[in-house]
Design a protein around this ligand. Structure first.
Ligand SMILES: [Zn+2]
Ligand SMILES: [Zn+2]
Length: 293
């Protein structure tokens, strides 16, 4: 529900890259954005519903959801999140925008929960579930106007995923850029130009071998996937400097939750190329940006 204009801010709800979780460790990717009086969710990885609550917001505060791509660490909890908002008293429509294929996820979720949804509509008088949510596609050709917040998408470089997007949100002179999952991409520099905050994924290649060994998948495919489709932290620093962003936040960290990798390692990788304010993402971190920050 649109409220009077508030300070633009992001809450990094989940900051780890990849779908696996470990006891006491960080959770997969989701980011809350408050901008132009709206509360927007970018990605819905496992743990998102609990994390929104921990940030002090009811699930019914959501105004729209944007899904950057269909890897499970970005979409696994989308259905459970919105179903729980519905049972929590959601009355307004929440549009969902994602890559082509998001409708298949959504239809599958509706199918999986068909019995419960029909039962609660009939037995508890809940509003019709289907009418509360609409599905739209992100496109790099056509920005979306969300009640005055302009959302632009840029196809990023996340092989072998065909439809994967970086996002830019603009309102009242405030600009937020989010890389999504991507290898370093020169066109990100123009896309994120002069942004108040760039939230960019990052990996430390020297730490990746150790997590792949721990997974024990038996061959090199996971290692090769990670190295070719994600961004080394030093490259992220160069992109942020090239774009002239006013602040940089690292998220979707690979590795994450590894006691051998500390905030100092991330800073050491980024700071030689980028001298501006740097936030090394942690679950629950709040970062204000734009006018008034
Ligand atoms: Zn991911
Ligand atoms: Zn991905």
């Amino acid at each position: 529900m649109k409220t009077e204009d508030m300070q633009s801010a992001v809450v990094l709800l989940g900051t780890k890259g990849g779908p696996a979780i470990r006891p006491g460790g960080p959770m997969p990717t989701s980011t809350l954005v408050q901008m132009g009086g709206l509360t927007l969710l970018v990605d819905a990885g496992l743990g998102v519903a609990r994390a929104i609550g921990a940030a002090g917001l009811p699930l019914t505060a959501l105004d729209a959801v944007l899904i950057t791509h269909l890897h499970s660490d970005h979409v696994l909890e989308l259905g459970p999140l919105l179903h729980t908002a519905w049972t929590g008293g959601l009355q307004h429509e929440i549009p969902i925008f994602g890559p082509p294929g998001i409708e298949t996820y959504w239809q599958g979720f509706l199918g999986a929960m068909e019995y419960d949804i029909a039962l609660r509509e009939e037995d508890e008088g809940r509003p019709p579930f289907h009418e509360l949510f609409s599905i739209g596609h992100l496109s790099d050709m056509r920005p979306i106007d969300l009640e005055g917040v302009l959302v632009s998408a840029l196809r990023n470089d996340h092989p072998p995923v065909e439809h994967s997007f970086a996002l830019k949100l603009e309102h009242g002179g405030d600009t937020l850029a989010l890389s999504g999952d991507t290898a370093p991409m020169p066109r990100m520099i123009a896309f994120a130009r002069d942004a108040d905050l760039l939230v960019h994924e990052a990996m430390l290649p020297e730490g990746v071998q150790a997590i792949v060994e721990r997974m024990g998948t038996g061959d090199n495919r996971l290692l090769e996937h990670i190295l070719r489709s994600h961004s080394p932290a030093d490259e992220v620093g160069r992109i942020a400097a090239g774009a002239g962003v006013k602040a940089l936040a690292l998220n979707h960290l690979i590795p994450s939750g590894d006691p051998d990798i500390t905030e100092a390692h991330w800073r050491a990788a980024v700071e030689p190329s980028y001298g501006g304010p740097l936030h090394v993402g942690r679950d629950g971190m709040v970062i204000a940006f734009g006018t008034g920050a």
